[in-house]
Design a protein around this ligand. Structure first.
Ligand code: ADP
Ligand code: MG
Length: 383
């Protein structure tokens, strides 16, 4: 089992063009933690995993596992197991042989190999399939074999690179639960890349949000914290917009008044919204972005609409049975972005209607012009 420490890690694939892929990545991963990397495609999630595995050089900084600097240790000596999106199984070998292959290469004792493969098959529910070839397995079973091949190596750290993204929706849910159970059973340190919000929120002890590195940015690690910490207290606009589905609504405005516990924002459409944030470092008149999640909006006449209201024109409504979504146009939104309302019950409105929703003051997030969040003084809970 293992602690993993990344300190000031930088990656530059091509020093000739001076463009870093990752910069100043600092992560303190404790033994047994389930860590999830999220971020838009191309931000460097796989690169970071591959550097930990030793498949890619670390340009600068240190990778320390259990107190030992690993930068120059070859992959085979790092005791790390990696599972990829493509299962990469050997088609001509049985499930048993696929799982045993790496151990045979290490000239492990036959009895030990048998024990390890049978145990992994038991954990993964593959006992009945050991003699089958991969082509006679479903996608989920193949991915389990790939995980099994990793488990038999008894690595101290498991790396998963979008392992479920090739599976259909129902199977993903099932495998997600299995991976969660696997983490409990093995008690291993797991680092897991996904672009699936639900996987990130449900599996992770801590989520690491990465962004595509901007030229002069100090780092592209945006925030590293527990799922609800990121959901309730995103440190900036990037994390606020990335964590949560549907995405947080953003409205443009300026600060009208500032108090320790709350501030009043005048939206560019003229509506006044009270937000429970400490904006004492700002000044009246500063341009700001107000954020509110679709699931935190309330009926305009509700006692919970303590922050104010927003009016817009309905573009589309969607009824998913258990949830009802309204996508509307608000003059205060960023150009091209909708204002989304999520309701638990169907609302009697249709496209073209004018619609007004209430905003609880404690549901508001507020960001300065640079996109940095003001601390929230209260966190909304639906009553
Ligand atoms: P993610 O997994 O987050 O989608 P990657 O780590 O695959 O992102 O890629 C991050 C960036 O590094 C991308 O711009 C990609 O083009 C670049 N990149 C990845 N691998 C290489 C490589 N072997 N050589 C040069 N650039 C690479
Ligand atoms: Mg990737």
């Amino acid at each position: 089992m293992a602690d993993v420490l990344l300190s000031k890690v930088r990656k530059n694939y091509n020093p000739a063009i001076l463009k870093d892929t990752l910069r100043n990545i600092n992560l303190d991963i404790k033994d047994g933690d389930f860590i999830v990397f999220v971020g838009p495609s191309g931000c460097g999630k796989s690169t970071l995993l591959r550097m930990i595995a030793g498949l890619e050089d670390i340009t600068d900084g240190d990778l320390v596992i259990n107190g030992t600097r690993m930068n120059d240790v070859p992959p085979s000596k790092r005791n790390i197991g990696m599972v990829f999106q493509s299962y990469a199984l050997y088609p001509h070998m049985s499930v048993f042989d696929n799982m045993a292959f790496g151990l045979k290469l290490q000239h492990m004792d036959k009895k030990e190999i048998l024990e390890r493969v049978v145990k992994a098959a038991d954990i993964l529910g593959l006992e009945a399939f050991l003699e089958r070839k991969p082509k006679a397995l479903s996608g989920g079973q193949r991915q389990r074999v790939a995980i099994g091949r990793c488990i038999v190596q008894q690595p101290s750290v498991f790396l998963f690179d979008e392992p479920l993204s090739n599976l259909d929706a129902a199977l993903r849910v099932k495998m997600r639960l299995e991976i969660s159970k696997l983490h409990q059973d093995l008690n291993a340190t797991i680092i897991y890349v996904t672009h699936d919000q639900v996987e990130a929120m449900t599996l992770a002890d801590k989520i690491c949000v990465l962004s595509p590195l901007k030229a002069n940015a100090e780092s592209n690690l945006e925030q590293f914290g527990a799922p609800l910490e990121l959901y309730n207290h995103p440190v900036n606009l990037f994390v606020a917009g990335f964590i949560g589905s549907p995405k947080m609504n953003f409205l443009k405005g300026e600060i009208l008044s500032i108090d320790e516990k709350s501030s009043v924002v005048k939206l560019i459409t003229g509506e006044r919204i009270t937000a429970c944030v400490d904006a004492s470092r700002a000044s009246v008149g500063d341009k700001v972005i107000l954020g509110v999640r679709p699931e935190n909006l309330v009926k305009v006449d509700s006692a919970e609409a303590t922050g104010g209201k927003v009016t817009g024109k309905v573009i589309v409504t969607e009824n998913l049975g258990a949830e009802f979504y309204v996508y509307m146009e608000s003059g205060a939104s960023e150009i091209g972005s909708d204002f989304t309302v999520k309701s638990e019950s169907e609302l009697a409105i249709t496209a073209g209607d004018e619609f007004t929703v209430g905003i609880p003051a404690s549901a508001c997030h507020l960001f300065d012009e640079a996109g940095i969040a003001f601390p929230r003084t209260e966190v909304y809970k639906r009553s």
